[in-house]
Ligand binder design. Structure first.
Ligand code: ASP
Ligand code: MG
Length: 464
């Protein structure tokens, strides 16, 4: 029987009571599964912060371990009724925390955090989740076993902190390691390099882990459980009348993640494209019902024909670095210099727009300050000024084939301009599926509302 790969994320692991919803869901499947788990909500950030504090504060090591121990003990008390089974599970948790304790102490004594140790420490968020869940399921008589990436051969390309999976070397071993008719619980967020070191898959990367496992086992689907009602035509916090989206193509889902929708990690669909494994999104608050809210799969439109606007999304984590100089538009090599500098500091460029006198580089807000000071210290030739603009938002319309639909950009620009909102940039054509504009952050809310209103007013989304 083909497996289903099932992902439970941090949003499903916020409180000790959440685990009962996960168990109910697993029982409702009633079939062999490959389950991928994230760390409990907020734990990865807690570990990252802890790594800074422990370098010159030994007491902090103990308090981190105590904090984690208590958290896990409470979750076991809530979810394992049998005292003997509970204390056996707790012993296993303590052993795992002892390992973490040793790494934290090591960091404290050497006073710095080498990359490979940092990755190892951060993987414990997920390793504690997989241990907890497998113990709790076993205590309920469910045939579930923990399966670690290092034991099943989930191999990375060796890059630290933002690794990719090496599928040619992983597929066979992962699929045979997970071939039993039972439930496997795999910690997400990391894989191992060929020489056995842990490599993280980027923040939020357990979605990508789950997709990688789905591909390796040839899963029927990748089922991602969230605490919201799937993809919507806009952020329902901002637009209460936003509508649920039943289906998305892979590229629509990828663009929505890229432009700010927080449902899936932007890389999730990558491993699934070749074998067309669908992603199904569920809400854990409907535990017990295996009815997907949004299904991501093959496109249901051909480019340009019946293009449908699916969603209006936005991101406030958007900034522009402006490089000005009389001739930057025709001077060769400027971008090569800039990207060379940025690569060394792992700064990702989101887009570039140039003219004769200016090069605009779009970045994630948190990267802006470092990027600006780096360029000011090493000004590329022909550039006379470097200026940073933050406090901007990007708003994107997403739907396959939109770019070919005449009048769409005009309607978006018209709707925003009518409100007297200034647009910094409008872009059509970077991909077939996304059209976007950039506005000042304080205008974002009004702009999203007016765009959503223009395209979704009292009916199903427009077909162009
Ligand atoms: N726990 C990791 C993070 O917070 C991975 C994930 O949640 O997907 O980034
Ligand atoms: Mg996540």
């Amino acid at each position: 029987m083909k497996k289903i790969a099932v992902k439970f994320g941090g949003s499903n692991l916020k409180t000790k009571e959440d685990i009962s919803k996960i168990i109910k869901t697993i029982r409702a499947y009633d079939r062999p599964l490959a389950i991928i788990v994230s760390a409990f909500y907020g734990i990865t950030s807690y570990l990252i912060e802890g790594l800074q504090n422990i370098q010159n504060d030994e007491a902090h090591v103990r308090s981190m371990i105590e904090y984690l121990k208590n958290l896990k003990r409470e979750a076991l008390e809530e979810n394992i009724a049998d005292g003997k089974k509970r204390s056996e599970a707790y012993e296993k948790v303590k052993i795992r925390l002892e390992e973490l304790h040793k790494y934290l102490l090591g960091i404290h004594y050497i006073g710095e955090v080498p990359d490979f140790v940092e990755e190892k420490v951060l993987s414990y968020g997920e390793k504690l989740s997989s241990l907890m869940l497998s113990q709790i399921l076993q205590s309920r008589g469910i045939d579930a076993v923990e399966a670690m990436p290092e034991d099943i051969g989930l191999i990375s390309d060796g890059e630290y902190s933002n690794a990719s999976i090496n599928f040619p070397v992983s597929e066979k071993s992962v699929s045979s390691a997970l071939s039993g008719d039972r439930i496997y619980i795999i910690p997400g967020f990391y894989a191992v390099s060929k020489d056995g070191r842990i490599n993280l898959l980027g923040r939020g990367g357990s979605d990508y882990s789950a997709a990688a496992i789905a591909r390796c086992v040839g899963a029927e689907s990748l089922d991602v459980w969230k605490d919201v009602n799937g993809y919507m035509s806009a952020d329902p916090g901002l637009i209460p009348e936003a509508k649920r989206i039943d289906s998305l193509s892979y590229s629509e889902a990828a663009e929505l993640s890229y432009f700010g929708a927080k449902i899936l990690h932007p890389r999730t669909v990558e491993p699934l494209l070749e074998n067309k494994i669908p992603v199904r999104i569920f809400n854990i608050n409907n535990a017990g019902s295996i009815e997907p809210l949004t299904v991501i799969g093959d496109p249901d439109t051909e480019n340009g024909k019946n293009a449908t606007l699916k969603s209006v999304t936005y991101s406030d984590s958007f900034a522009i670095l402006k490089l000005e100089g009389a001739g930057v538009g025709i001077k060769e090599g400027i971008l090569a210099e800039v990207t060379g500098l940025f690569i060394r500091s792992r700064i990702n460029i989101k887009s570039v727009v140039t003219s004769q006198t200016a090069i605009n580089i779009y970045l994630d807000s948190p990267d802006l300050r470092a990027a600006a000071s780096m360029l000011k210290a090493q000004m590329p030739q022909a550039v006379t000024t470097v200026s940073a603009q933050d406090n901007l938002s990007i708003i994107a319309l997403v739907g396959d084939g939109l770019v070919h639909s005449r009048g769409l950009a005009y309607r978006m620009v018209g709707a925003v301009a009518e409100q007297g909102i200034d647009m910094k940039i409008v872009s059509v054509g970077a991909s077939d599926s996304a059209v976007y504009c950039v506005v000042d952050r304080p205008d974002r809310e009004a702009a999203v509302k007016v765009i959503h209103e223009a395209f979704f007013r009292c009916r199903s989304p427009d077909t162009f």
